[in-house]
Design a protein around this ligand. Structure first.
Ligand code: ADP
Length: 405
């Protein structure tokens, strides 16, 4: 089945056009600067040159019209007829407590998405716009929603409740939701395939490390805890986000610096984490270059990043009551041998032994990076969230389901 996968942000749309039969991406690209006079559409068809189109793209509806047009283009396209787009899969950040699996988008689902806007005021409105636009331009294609939160929704209360009055959870749905669920689900399933063991029998820690980073404890294929929380700000120290800290700190900074709530939000989300600590960059490659060049602040930021991951690996091993595999994925997890080495250093007492030579050699694809003696397997697995979205969409459409988990 040929499926258009859409990931709509406030001023950008990323897309992939996937053939699920052989799991290939026929074309991918993105529209950036939506709403500005010089929006940019970058389109990469399979086995052809990448192209860039600059023009005025005022809203998500026009952006999706452009995406469909470029997929149909005689020179750069990959289809001849709009109806070859058999279904559309949408990445939706926040499903709240409503969605514990991927769903066919119906009027009732649209209403539930709108009801959840308050939980993700920046992320869900563009998804809703994208769904409405895709429906308008592709009225014959079923639309499905795949949520970043749904893999984590069934965590036990001990993992999702915060230590605040329960009334606040009931009134405002303040709880740990967790994000990157599509990636954690995908790589834990791939780990089970690599280890040739049923996922029901495995205890896995999945580390999705990119610009945004999170870890999940996956027991028998289910997420039982994860580091991101009510929002993606909690947990690991990230490129620009602070991660865990004493909540009093922010109240103190707001008072001292006279910050508004919006300014405090920007400080914690955009100017903290590795960029805030190092003053060098939020980008791990640049940070590593600075570490190599002897930059002390960059080294401290790098150490803070890796130490926080190491602490969670210990914590989640305890939460899982044992560990079979640790998975590294995301731009950093897949590519940074320095981070993997720092996280796994001196973890032999937990049964984690990295094959340092193999790790240094930066092997591509899915690789077992542990020594043959290591009780816990250390796996590097490239994530593929778009493929998961396409496959969930295919399953819903082909089986005529309203939901898949
Ligand atoms: P996003 O969260 O935006 O999807 P990615 O998963 O693409 O992010 O990860 C981006 C991060 O991966 C950046 O910090 C980048 O520096 C890092 N990265 C990519 N390649 C390498 C590499 N070879 N070595 C170290 N870090 C890398």
């Amino acid at each position: 089945m040929k499926i258009l996968v859409l990931n709509c942000g406030s001023s950008s749309i990323k897309y992939q056009f996937v053939e699920t039969k052989d799991k290939t991406t026929l074309a991918k690209g993105q529209v950036e600067r939506i709403g500005m006079s010089s929006a940019i559409l970058t389109h990469q068809p399979i086995n052809k040159d990448k192209i860039k189109i600059v023009g005025e793209i005022l809203d998500h509806s026009i952006a999706i019209e452009y995406v469909i047009a470029v997929l149909l283009s005689p020179n750069h396209g990959v289809i001849k007829d709009k109806n070859e787009i058999e279904a559309v899969g949408h990445r939706v950040i926040h499903g709240g407590e409503t969605f514990s699996g991927s769903v066919l988008i119906t009027d009732a689902v649209m209403k539930a998405l709108k009801d959840n806007i308050e939980l993700a005021p920046l992320h869900n409105p563009p998804s809703i716009k994208g769904i409405e636009a895709a429906k308008a331009h592709l009225p014959n294609a079923p639309q499905c929603g795949v949520f970043d939160t749904s893999f984590h929704v069934k965590m036990p209360p001990r993992a999702y409740l915060y230590g605040i009055p329960l009334e606040l959870y009931k009134r405002y749905k303040i709880r740990r939701y967790g994000f990157h669920g599509t990636s954690h689900r995908f790589v834990s399933q791939r780990a089970s395939a690599m280890l040739n063991k049923p996922i029901e029998k495995l205890k896995i820690i999945t580390c999705h490390l990119g610009n945004g980073s999170s870890i999940a404890a996956v027991d028998g294929g289910r997420s039982i805890d994860t580091t991101m929380g009510f929002t993606p700000l909690e947990g690991l120290v990230m490129g620009t986000r602070c991660g865990d800290m004493d909540p009093s700190v922010i109240l103190y900074i707001m008072a001292k610096e006279g910050l508004t709530q919006a300014e405090a939000n920007t400080l914690l989300n955009k100017h903290s984490g590795m960029i805030g600590l190092s003053g060098v960059s939020s980008d791990m490659r640049e940070l590593e270059d600075a570490v190599m060049a002897g930059d002390k602040k960059a080294k401290d930021a790098f150490d803070v990043f890796c130490y926080r991951i190491k602490k969670y690996v210990g914590a989640y091993t305890a939460a899982l009551g044992g560990l079979d595999a640790i998975v590294f994925t995301g731009g950093i997890g897949e590519n940074s041998e320095m981070v993997r080495q720092a996280v796994c250093k001196d973890m032999g007492y937990l049964g984690i032994e990295l094959n340092e030579e193999l790790n240094q050699s930066r092997p591509g694809g899915e690789v077992d990076l542990s020594t043959s003696n290591s009780k816990v397997k250390v796996l590097k697995i490239p994530t593929n969230e778009e493929l998961v979205i396409a496959l969930d969409t295919e399953e819903i459409v082909e089986k005529g389901l309203s939901e898949v988990k």
